[in-house]
Ligand binder design. Sequence first.
Ligand SMILES: Nc1ncnc2c1ncn2[C@@H]1O[C@H](COP(=O)(O)OP(=O)(O)O)[C@@H](O)[C@H]1O
Ligand SMILES: [Mg+2]
Length: 417
Amino acid sequence: MRTAKRRSIAPANPTRFGAEMAACLGAVTSSESGKYQALFDQASDAILLVDGEGKVEDLNHAAEELTGFLKSELVGQSVQKLRPLPGQAMSLQRARPMGSELLRAPGTVEDVALLRKDGYPRLVEASVRHVQAQSDGPTVLLLLRDVSEKKRLERELLTKHSELLNAYLQLEKKSAEMQALQETLVQAGKMTALGELATGIAHELNQPLQVIRGFAQELQALPDADSATRAGHLKEIVTGVDKMRSIIDYLRGHVRKSVEGQDWVDVNQVLDESFKMLERQLQARGIQLQRHYQPSLTRVFANPVQLEQVFINLGTNARDAIESTGRGSGKIEVETQSVGDFVEIRFRDDGCGMPEKTRQKAFNPFFTTKEVGKGMGLGLSLSYGIITRLQGSILVESELGKGTCFTVRLPRDYREL
Ligand SMILES: Nc1ncnc2c1ncn2[C@@H]1O[C@H](COP(=O)(O)OP(=O)(O)O)[C@@H](O)[C@H]1O
Ligand SMILES: [Mg+2]
């Protein structure tokens, strides 16, 4: 049957596969059988031809590469030779072992563990096809594709994914810890401020208390004191008590921290309201009050009574600063202005001004440069508290002997910040 011409196309040593395939597809010539043989040999997938008993009849180059066996070492052997020993494929736990039972049903099995000649298992995808060949009994076509690398990458991806998830969870935990820490710090800061305040209060209350005690003790020791002495001592005691009460009143205002009574307020109107109380005092001291209000000023959301407290304090401070110059005259300029979503209020006086040291401490509770009974040193501290609770700011610029300027900046609506 073989002609010289045909022989030249056919591979030199056609094997079982070419013949079987050719026969299966109805080809009879050796040239056709040779074509199939070439296809078989050059296929990138490993192909094994197995008989009904599971004996290997033929295999291609890719199968030699995949299994590590030479064709001569496998042909005539059972596919069981490619079966991993029990327990060997630790990393391939979910895989099915290669073996004759795999060949019974046609189809594709994804994870099949195969033992290589070098003793290492490989993970393959196995496709089983039953072909009816011309020869004795059924023939099984076994296609194997190495998926070890694919699986390894999959596993790596899975590991990386879980690592990433872990890192993310860690990050979330750390972020929660940071937040808790920050809250603790804020709380600690509050406690420190409270502690300072408490020390100051104790100190302030102690002074009049000592005075009261002294005069009361003297009265006790002098039951027969004349009425003038008694009246004098009692007056000192009442003054001391009044002083204590005014400190307590101030503190109440501070502690109340009222956010109740907040509304959209016209700062110009609140300023006018504050000056009603001050104007006469200013006139009596020859102090001019100049208002430079921006008409239709942006309204701010705040408690007008608290804002009034701030403005009265800034006004009285300016008054005191001018009075302390001894000139008998002066000027306070009050300016308002909308700046974007903020309102700025400026108090400028031509009073005594502050040296650097005073300026630094001006906002401290109980800091005062005023004589006993005149200043409590709480005005700016309270003002600062009120303004910062509204997310605003209060700044001071001052030059000794020239004057001082306080700038209050309030957001239109602190709830939006
Ligand atoms: N406009 C101002 N000019 C000069 N000094 C000022 C002015 N405002 C405040 N100060 C200084 O800051 C100090 C603290 O002010 P404040 O807290 O209102 O307390 P007090 O008015 O009771 O002293 C004042 O004693 C004064 O030394
Ligand atoms: Mg004051």
